[in-house]
Ligand binder design. Sequence first.
Ligand code: PRP
Ligand code: URA
Length: 209
Amino acid sequence: MDNVTVLTHPLIKHKITMLRDVRTGTNEFRALIEEIATLMGYEALRDLPLVDIEVTTPIETCLSPVISGRKLAIVPILRAGLGMVQGILNLTPTAKVGHIGLYRDPETHEPHEYYCKLPDPIDERTIVVVDPMLATGGSAVAAVDFIKQHGGKKIKFMCIIAAPVGLERLHEAHPDVQIYVGNLDRELNENAYICPGLGDAGDRIFGTK
Ligand code: PRP
Ligand code: URA
């Protein structure tokens, strides 16, 4: 699939295994989510444009590259996406942060929106939507629909674990969105949970049940 990158870095794979473990407690789970987001962000931001500026070293003056004017926005899908925000801010501390609140109906698994606040204007920014889980794809598609309705154009989506069906659905609905996946898992179960997955990401990050 064009525009889909499944990451292969051993550090990402190792940390995902720690995340999956049912014995991993809230503290460690949160730290791992942040660390994985940083590692994935490094890969997803590989194409940020550079511009040369003049810099004076202790030896001489030279031209050297910095990230150019194009601004970044990180948009977590609440709640679980919040866990990934600091991981990307570690790389790009000046990024703005928007929020989209969506929850899955436990019966229908359809996403319901309850909150949205995006940096304004959004159209000039590279937007990185983050959510640890891409299951049916309903939440991710709804979030990207919403960002596009508000003028967002250059959108990336980053998830730690995806199910094949959700990945296909997001890619089909938004083929222009670059998708970064930490691991592609086997399938969804009858409750639309990812198998083997890691359970409910929001509950494990926030210690709720
Ligand atoms: C989870 C997860 C995604 C969504 C994925 O959130 O964080 O947003 O489910 O499922 P989908 O691909 O089938 O839409 P949830 O709705 O459980 O809300 P929470 O983060 O507040 O727990
Ligand atoms: N949301 C989660 O948190 N986990 C899943 O496996 C599917 C959706």
